[in-house]
Ligand binder design. Structure first.
Ligand code: G4P
Length: 195
């Protein structure tokens, strides 16, 4: 997705050989116009999948997730990382270890919002080590629903999440795939052509 890649080139800051800072449009400040286009692109790529819900994880997945949900005319659910005061009964949980942050989070959703007949599109901002995506897949399975696909805004292809998550057999669509962050430069993988 060229609009996204141009934004990364213009505003992304390479913090190290493994970390890209995109606080100006995705992880802190949010660019609504760009998120709208990102949502449209996800809706286009998964248009024939009969999706009934979008599921993401707080906090940075919510902006692209809600825009995808808007374009697909379905609700967005976001998994919580912290215990909610009001979320007590009928809760599904999964443990997600972050290699980047070296901490474990228990993510949770209410059974009320993902049902057995749902076809769920998972959305996240980054695919790094794949643990968040695997945790979301686990929650959907526990709910007895179907994972219809996985949409990622930025995939770091040099980390092993992409491989791990694709091994589950689900379709993964990443809007910008980063091959490397070496020498302070973002290098993108060649993009597939989408009809
Ligand atoms: P994984 O889910 O793919 O295994 O990733 P990992 O645990 O390594 O990442 C943990 C957090 O760090 C996630 O955000 C993820 O989005 C973010 N992250 C990973 N690599 C990068 C990167 O290169 N740049 C940026 N900006 N973020 C990265 P989180 O803790 O869930 O934060 P948030 O959603 O609350 O913002």
């Amino acid at each position: 997705m060229n609009l996204l890649k141009n934004k990364i080139n213009a505003e992304g800051v390479v913090l190290s050989e493994t970390v890209l800072k995109v606080d100006s449009f995705l992880n802190h400040q949010v660019d609504p116009e760009l998120m709208l286009e990102i949502g449209k692109e996800f809706a286009h790529r998964f248009k024939d999948q009969g999706i009934t819900k979008v599921l993401t994880i707080e906090s940075s997945g919510i902006a692209p997730g809600v825009m995808a949900a808007l374009h697909m005319n379905v609700p967005l659910v976001f998994a919580r990382k912290k215990k909610s005061l009001t979320l007590s009964e009928g809760v599904l949980t999964s443990k997600v270890y972050s290699f980047t942050k070296q901490e474990e989070n228990t993510i949770s959703i209410s059974k009320t919002y993902i049902k057995e007949n749902d076809r769920v599109l998972l959305i996240d901002d980054f695919l790094a080590n794949g643990q968040a995506a695997l945790g979301l897949i686990d929650l959907v399975k526990q709910a007895g629903a179907e994972v219809a696909g996985i949409g990622i805004v930025i995939e770091k292809s040099f980390q092993n999440g992409g491989k791990l998550v694709r091994e589950t057999g689900y379709r993964v669509e990443s809007l910008a795939e980063i091959q490397s962050l070496e020498n302070g430069k973002v290098r993108f993988k060649q993009e597939k052509v989408h009809a």
